[in-house]
Design a protein around this ligand. Structure first.
Ligand code: PGA
Length: 247
């Protein structure tokens, strides 16, 4: 695990963005796993800047980590609409090569197995972008999350519903279920980059990085990943004592 600590979120996003933009320059057919929430927005701005400066996203394929169940794609808070608004409409990606699980599917089980199959037939994920929940979730893999899980329907915890209520008019409107890539699906990515900023993530990060891997902190599974980098700001990293690189 490589832990990089930056003075600010902006500096972390610039570094993470440079990594992705450079990867796409060298690998025009890159397969990138994407995340939603507040955290990746500054990274997506760096990808948009990169594209404006000539990085060609037209051959890139993307797979999002998750999607709410029962929220139409036209809803402002569906992850498909989040991605279209905050990234896909602002880079020259082919929208047909962007995949988000279909949370409106009448057959959610088949949707989950098809999603796994689609990732496999794209050749697997080169770089998976991750955030982390205040409870340690990655994607929507809520604790306790079996480390061998695959894409499935997840019941969201009270903590996650509370954390995400800020995006909706009321807590009651937050969907109770989501489709999420499993922990093993994420672990299969050839490279993972986890971004976390601010004081709300300190204990989840401490558990993920410094404690014995445990299904009660799903992000701790990443300790067993051969190529994972954490991009943190100083506030998020305040409980980390392990050897880190400061920027
Ligand atoms: P956030 O969510 O970026 O909105 O903090 C992260 C997550 O829940 O994975």
């Amino acid at each position: 695990m490589e832990i990089k600590i930056f003075k600010t979120e902006e500096a972390a996003a610039v570094a993470a963005g440079r990594y992705i933009n450079n990867f796409v320059k060298k690998n025009p057919k890159a397969v990138i796993g994407l995340a939603t929430g507040s955290t990746p927005l500054s990274l997506y701005n760096e990808m948009i800047k990169g594209c404006k400066e000539g990085v060609d996203y037209s051959g890139v394929t993307t797979f999002n980590l998750d999607e709410y169940v029962g929220l139409p794609v036209t809803h402002n808070e569906s992850y498909r609409s989040f991605m279209n608004r905050n990234l896909f409409s602002q880079i020259n990606i082919n929208i047909r090569n962007t995949f988000v699980p279909d949370g409106m599917s009448a057959d959610l089980e088949t949707q989950c197995t098809d999603y796994e199959e689609r990732i496999r037939s794209a050749g697997g994920i080169d770089i998976q972008v991750l955030g982390i929940g205040s409870n340690g979730h990655i994607g929507f893999n809520e604790p306790p999350a079996p480390f061998d899980s695959r894409t499935s329907v997840i019941e969201l915890t009270e903590q996650t519903i509370n954390d995400n209520a800020r995006f909706f008019d009321s807590k009651e409107e937050v969907p109770k279920r989501a489709i999420s890539m499993g922990v093993q699906t994420i672990m299969d990515a050839r490279c993972c980059m986890l971004l976390a900023y601010g004081s709300g993530k300190t204990s989840a990060l401490k558990g993920a990085i410094e404690e014995v891997p445990d299904t009660m902190n799903p992000a701790s599974a990443l300790q067993n990943h051969p190529n994972v980098t954490f991009y943190l700001d100083e506030a998020a990293a305040s409980l980390i004592t392990k050897q880190v690189r400061e920027f």
